[in-house]
Design a binder for this molecule. Structure first.
Ligand code: CMC
Length: 433
């Protein structure tokens, strides 16, 4: 029998608390502090730097080695050999599909790509110049008002249908955000096309002109989708789990995830990379911006560099870098000014002691932004593309949490540093502060 492993915590008053040590299949052991609250003390860990918020069997990251696995499969193999819908099946159900399962799954997604007709009028409530991520938060959240026939979260079939609906409809909703923004009519999905090509069709075709997709570019976007599909307990996924822990419906939880993703430190980074390159403007300006990024008094950071977990290399960035070169070669854009600047910035930063010491490498969004620009995706849609890809991760993690017998409402504690108890003073008696 395996020996019970214990960590001992000694308090100031001499009390010793024994805390069990838990092991996962891979990765570091964790100290189970659940019983600590009984002592009246809590741990303090802003930003969850040392805290595992849940146990999960979906995605594994080794930040030191630069590994990312979905259900055990290395991301490089999936990006090379798999399709996005196969990856969705893997994340949601735990296994790559057999041939018949793949066909069934694809048809389950296909027949749900259209959105409720009334949802279309929902868009009219938004200003046309609204950021598409703002519209995404609203419209995806509103799905719960249109598809409330499957909102019983205790029913596995309801959860599955909601997941399929989200995977199928989010690309349609995303493309509609773009069409509304530019004043074009919405394009219905064409279910003869594959998932990624269908999205490009809804984005770029018009009722008067067909969009003929270049297979190499479709494959590049499919890779972006696969690489962004899940990333264990990041800010947006943790938001989805926290929202879901109260029993909220999956559409509302995914809308919360979209809101968290929007931030420039998370999914907004791909958009921020391009904005930064535009701001830099010319290769000659790179040293000035690198110096600013290193200056603690300056809030400027090199967008697309660094990662909370990857302290070696972001394996997604490795694949995306390759794809980036392929796409630019296919489109004859190798001498594009923006791309040249990006490559020079990468070169300068990788040789700079500040970035080397802090292990700040280009992350996936450094390259995905360049690829999306080459694909003619407008800047304000970059993070929306990330949201389409991450929907499967969010819903798989949400589903895992709901099925977990150890699930509890997420309710962190705090270290209170506000005023001590004081009595109310009527306004006439308040003296100057
Ligand atoms: N440029 C310049 N300095 C940086 C950068 C950067 N991009 N990132 C981190 N640092 C410095 C930071 O100032 C700190 O320096 P010091 O030790 O002197 O105080 C040190 O590196 C550690 O940084 P941190 O803020 O403690 O690291 P973190 O783990 O809290 O933040 C991060 C991770 C991704 C938020 C951060 O690296 C960042 O803001 N990067 C730019 C935004 C970005 O590209 N985000 C996309 C992440 S990948 C997509 C996704 O998964 O969402």
């Amino acid at each position: 029998m395996e020996k019970k492993r214990i960590a001992t915590l000694s308090l100031e008053d001499g009390t010793e608390i024994e805390l069990p040590i838990m092991s996962g299949t891979l990765g570091p052991d964790v100290i189970d502090i659940r019983n600590l609250a009984k002592t009246g003390m809590f741990t303090y860990d802003p930003g969850f730097l040392s805290t595992a918020s849940c146990s999960s069997g979906i995605t594994y990251i080794d930040g030191e080695l630069g590994c990312l696995y979905y259900r055990g499969y290395p991301i490089e193999q999936l990006a090379e050999q798999s399709s996005f819908l196969e990856v969705c099946h893997l994340l949601l159900y735990g296994e790559l599909p057999m041939a018949a399962e793949k066909q069934k799954f694809e048809s389950e997604i296909n027949r749900r790509t259209m959105v409720h007709d009334q949802l279309m009028s929902f868009y009219k409530g938004f200003r046309r110049d609204a950021h598409p991520m703002a519209v995404m938060v609203g419209v995806v959240g509103a799905l719960s008002a249109f598809y409330h026939d499957t909102l019983d979260i205790t029913n596995p079939e309801h959860r599955e249908v909601s997941a399929l609906r989200l995977i199928a409809k989010v690309p349609t909703i995303a493309a509609m955000c773009y069409k509304y923004n530019i004043g074009h009519p919405f394009m219905y999905p064409d279910n003869r096309l594959g998932y990624v090509e269908n999205f490009l069709h809804m984005m770029f075709a018009t009722p008067c002109e067909q969009y003929v997709a270049n297979p190499k570019l479709v494959r590049a976007l499919e890779r972006i989708f696969i690489l962004h599909a899940d990333h264990e307990q990041n800010a947006s996924t943790s938001t989805v789990r926290l929202a879901g822990s109260s029993g909220a419906n999956p559409f509302a939880c995914v809308a919360a995830g979209i809101a968290a993703l929007w931030g420039p430190a998370h999914g907004g980074a791909n958009e921020a990379v391009l904005k930064m390159l535009e701001e830099i403007g010319d290769i000659s300006q790179i040293p000035k911006f690198v110096a600013r990024a290193k200056d603690r008094k300056d809030s400027f950071r090199l967008m697309g560099f660094g990662h909370r977990v990857y302290r070696n290399v972001d394996p997604r960035a490795r694949v995306m870098r390759e794809t980036c070169y392929e796409v630019l070669a296919e489109l004859g854009l190798q001498n594009d000014r923006m791309f040249e600047m990006a490559m020079e910035l990468e070169r300068v930063a990788l040789q700079d002691d500040y970035f080397i010491e802090r292990k700040l490498y280009p992350n996936v969004d450094f390259y995905s932004g360049i690829v999306l620009k080459a694909l003619n995706v407008p800047l304000n849609m970059f993070t929306v593309i990330f949201a389409i890809a991450r929907t499967i991760g969010w819903i798989s993690q949400w589903n895992e949490m709901i099925s977990d017998s150890e699930r509890k409402i997420g309710r962190p504690r705090q270290l209170y540093r506000g005023p001590e108890r004081r009595d109310f003073v009527p306004i006439s008696e308040r003296t100057k502060r």
